[in-house]
Design a protein around this ligand. Structure first.
Ligand code: GLN
Length: 490
């Protein structure tokens, strides 16, 4: 029997079993998680909105559904959504002043699918403004703290989603990943995060940052829960023209502890300069665990274009952002500066006060790269290099089933440590950005601790190779104990 004071640390799959067996109710679980939020949120600050009333109501419906025998594996399971996913009737801010007070009239497809499955929304999570950042310090409201060390960042931009899962403020969460924003915070907070193949999860209702790279994915405390969540959110959506029209696989079938004969390539460029030695050693040790389990490991695979991924990303992502963010004009959504003499002044002042410094920096970078005279030198060139990077990954996957790297080159850094150095901040994503450029899937999972801080292992798969990386991750998880670790809080 599970005592009600630690229900918040159940995994979603354990909770599902207890719920369907009638050993706990969704109401009990929801109340346990809401009390946990109350207890630890002053320290973590991972949520911009707590939806306690809606959660209680949804929990009642979940209990009814369970009694009637209509439950899915996620019915009654507490959920947090990153605050860039639209939720009908619930404020959606992107952690920006620009969207303060914005209440969407509709719900993002991925979020709706989880609500339809019976998950219980307990809150919307803090993030870097418009998902631009790697530390959640670019939130216009407040920074989120790493649950393992409150003097450090939780990573970003889905820092609130990762921190709340780690802290037991929810059992599962959704994040979005344009250049690492699910995987890097998963790594920093010691949880599991998946960036699916581009087109696997609908982007309808996800507030756009860089549309050709953005992808929604799960954060959870273990691989099983991440796979169950991915099952619920993936699939074709006619409302997103880039969503892939195919039958979604059942990812839980990939939860098999067997990597015998699996070919794994260790990417040497991602263990070199800038990677902290303790991170490198911890991740290489994880590769040895997979080798012992029967994988065939090549320790020296070269992806020679790795160094170009970051410059390509910082041309393409800001270019797309400068176009996507042109819609914030003070007329259609959210914040609007009062007292302007005319429309132009109104638009200028709205943007001046509505956007934070990093968002402005990206809009400027993008507008410059796209402007006439520079387009060929920057934007077109970056697209060409993107194609080369994509081909290099395709080629590597003719030889390997999985590529293995650290998720982040460093341990979680201190709050404030990189806020005045955008380049140092951008370097946090050096191992994750190439994956978005190539459009392929990757998972981050905990693979050890250094000085009490979690280290993440990244496993990259070929396009639509989610099942392969889930199997490899599950095998690693079964062979180790890291996913059972919880931070001490409160
Ligand atoms: N940290 C990267 C950036 O600032 C990636 C962000 C993301 O994946 N949303 O753009």
């Amino acid at each position: 029997m599970t005592s009600s004071n630690n229900l918040h640390h159940l995994s979603a799959s354990e909770a599902g079993r207890l719920l369907t067996a009638g050993e706990i109710s969704a109401i009990e679980l929801t109340e346990a998680v809401l009390s946990r939020i109350e207890a630890v949120e002053p320290q973590v600050r991972g949520l911009v909105t707590v939806t306690a009333e809606q959660a209680r109501q949804a929990a009642q419906e979940a209990d009814k559904r369970i009694r009637e025998g209509n439950a899915t594996p996620l019915t009654g399971v507490p959920l947090v959504l990153k605050d860039n996913m639209c939720t009908a009737g619930i404020s959606t801010t992107c952690s920006s002043r620009m969207l303060e007070g914005f209440v969407p009239p509709y719900t993002a497809t991925a979020a709706q699918k989880l609500l339809d499955a019976g998950a219980v929304l307990v809150g919307k999570s803090n993030m870097d403004e418009f998902a631009m950042g790697s530390s959640t310090e670019n939130s216009a409201f407040f920074p989120t703290h790493n649950p393992w060390d409150s003097g450090r960042v939780p990573g970003g931009s889905s820092g609130g989603s990762a921190a709340t899962v780690a802290a037991g403020e929810t059992l599962i969460a959704l994040g979005s990943d344009t250049g690492g924003s699910i995987r890097q915070p998963a790594s920093f907070c010691g949880v599991v995060g998946i960036k699916p193949t581009y087109g696997t999860v609908s982007r309808y209702g996800l507030i756009a940052f860089a549309s050709s790279l953005d992808q929604i994915g799960p954060l959870a405390s273990n691989v099983t829960d991440a796979a169950l969540t991915l099952n619920a959110i993936s699939g074709y959506d006619a409302m997103d023209s880039t969503s892939i029209n195919r039958e979604s696989p059942d990812y839980s079938r990939a939860l098999v502890p067997d990597v015998r004969g699996m070919k794994i390539g260790v990417v040497k460029e991602m263990f070199g300069e800038g990677v902290e030695p303790q991170v490198r050693d911890t991740v290489l040790e994880a590769a040895r665990v997979l080798e012992q389990a029967g994988a065939i490991v090549d320790w020296e695979v070269s992806l020679s274009l790795t160094e170009y991924a970051l410059p390509v990303y910082y041309i393409l992502a800001p270019s797309e952002a400068s176009s996507n963010l042109a819609r914030y004009d003070g007329v259609k959504y959210g914040y609007s500066w009062d007292g302007a003499a005319d429309m132009w002044e109104g638009m200028e002042r709205t943007r001046q006060h509505g956007f934070g410094p990093e968002v402005k920096r990206r809009i400027l970078l993008g507008a410059y790269a796209l402007s006439s005279g520079y387009y060929d030198a920057y934007y077109r060139k970056a697209q060409q290099v993107r194609t080369l990077i994509r081909r290099e990954y395709e080629d590597a996957f003719t030889r390997f089933d999985v590529l293995l790297t650290p998720t982040s080159p460093t341990l979680p850094f201190g709050l404030g440590e990189r806020t005045n150095d955008p380049l140092a901040m951008y370097l946090a994503d050096i191992c994750t950005i190439p994956v978005n450029i190539a459009g392929v899937p990757a998972i981050s999972l905990p693979c050890g601790f250094v000085d009490g801080l979690p280290v993440g292992l990244q496993l990259i798969g070929p396009s639509l190779g989610e099942e392969t990386i889930i199997r490899a991750a599950y095998t690693y998880e079964q062979a180790t104990d890291w996913h059972g670790m919880r931070p001490e809080l409160g």
